[in-house]
Design a protein around this ligand. Structure first.
Ligand SMILES: [Mg+2]
Length: 362
């Protein structure tokens, strides 16, 4: 059998590996919430979720007080049934960020168990579409970096054979964004993908104006130009610019994605496996996007998203922001600018148990 006989959660703080800023915030630390599930056939599945600095203890409390007590006795193989039961049990706080983050910690642990039991890596069990996925770098594009540093970072990525780099935008004056983009485009030439990310910082008029100013740089996408709950604003913008509009890191349910896709408001889907509630809904969003002929370029969490982007036919890019080095062994495998999904059975993340214990806050 595969009955759940033990369920635990704990919280680990990870310092950011480098200073990271965008138009609206700084990434202060990664609060990483782990869930471990033991089954009566002797397996332990490890799942996780995260915040970039606030709310981690709320996620932990929801897990400990409400979600984990429902798990003992459940069949760990019935992932959909468990997910639906947990979602229904938190009806008054769904759809919502904290609940989705908590569900993700449980769901990824269930998928770890599923893969361990099958003896298969996640990327193959979830679909096995690609054995590698193009990688783009965000670490060289933060908003506080000087134009000179942006150029240096982009040239280093190009020299390493990476196909794309992302720059944060949303400087006080549009001309500053344009100057930075022009310098990077001139340095790397026309053959590299450049993406920009506004982190929901713009008004509709500002987004229309800046998108027009960005048009000459042949951008791969403009990410989160407007507040994430303004689907009609994104639809308006998408009709007004040739730059693909990318959204998804701040959406928390499959139906929120459906609304964006139905309205033509998203040309790139950036579903985040933690914020959507786990691998189970992540795959639904990816397949939904495929039905709209839209690619998936997931947000952050490269250690897990490499396997998910490889699993689905429309997995287009993995975002390079390393943040688990302090608590894992080994590195993301990168070959010629592509991320290679791990072959180890399970989620494929080699956790360092001692390092996790050392950093445990709660
Ligand atoms: Mg973003």
């Amino acid at each position: 059998m595969a009955r759940i006989v033990g369920a635990r959660a704990h919280l680990v703080d990870l310092e950011v590996e480098q200073e990271r800023t965008d138009a609206v915030q700084a990434f202060l630390k990664q609060e990483t919430v782990f869930v471990e599930l033991d089954t009566d056939d002797g397996l332990t599945g490890t799942g996780y979720t995260y915040t970039i600095g606030t709310g981690g203890t709320s996620v932990l409390a929801l897990l400990r007080d409400h979600l984990l007590p429902r798990l003992p006795g459940r069949d760990a193989r019935r992932v959909e049934a468990v997910w639906r039961d947990l979602f229904a049990s938190t009806r008054a706080t769904t759809v919502g960020a904290v609940t989705s983050l908590a569900l993700a910690a449980v769901d990824t642990a269930l998928w770890d168990l599923r893969c361990l039991r099958a003896g298969e890596p996640l990327w193959r069990l979830a679909g096995g579409s690609h054995d590698r996925v193009p990688l783009y770098d965000t670490e060289g594009g933060w908003l506080h970096l000087s134009t000179e540093k942006l150029v240096t970072g982009a040239l280093a990525s190009k020299a390493a054979g990476w196909p794309g780099v992302k720059l944060k935008v949303g400087k006080e004056r549009p001309a500053e964004d344009v100057e930075r983009l022009a310098a990077v485009r001139a340095a790397v030439g026309p053959g590299m993908d450049l993406m920009v990310d506004a982190n929901q910082s713009m008004s509709r008029s500002d987004a229309l104006r800046r998108a027009a100013a960005f048009e000459p740089f042949g951008l791969a996408w403009l990410e989160e130009p407007l507040p994430a709950d303004d689907a009609s604003g994104h639809a308006l913008l998408a009709r007004s610019t040739s730059i693909p509009v990318a959204v998804g890191e701040s959406l928390y349910s499959v139906r929120q994605f459906r609304e964006y896709l139905e309205r033509g408001a998203a040309s790139i889907v950036q579903v985040d496996v933690a914020r959507i509630g786990g691998i189970t809904p992540w795959l639904k969003v990816a397949h939904l996007a495929e039905a709209f002929t839209v690619d998936v370029c997931p947000h952050f969490l490269m250690e897990l998203h490499v396997s998910l982007a490889a699993a689905v036919p429309n997995g287009r890019y993995v975002e390079h922001i390393p943040q688990l080095r302090a608590i894992t062994e080994g590195e993301l495998s990168i070959e010629a600018g592509h991320a290679v999904p791990p072959e180890a059975p399970g989620l494929g993340i080699a956790w360092s148990r001692d390092a996790i214990e050392d950093r445990r806050r709660a």
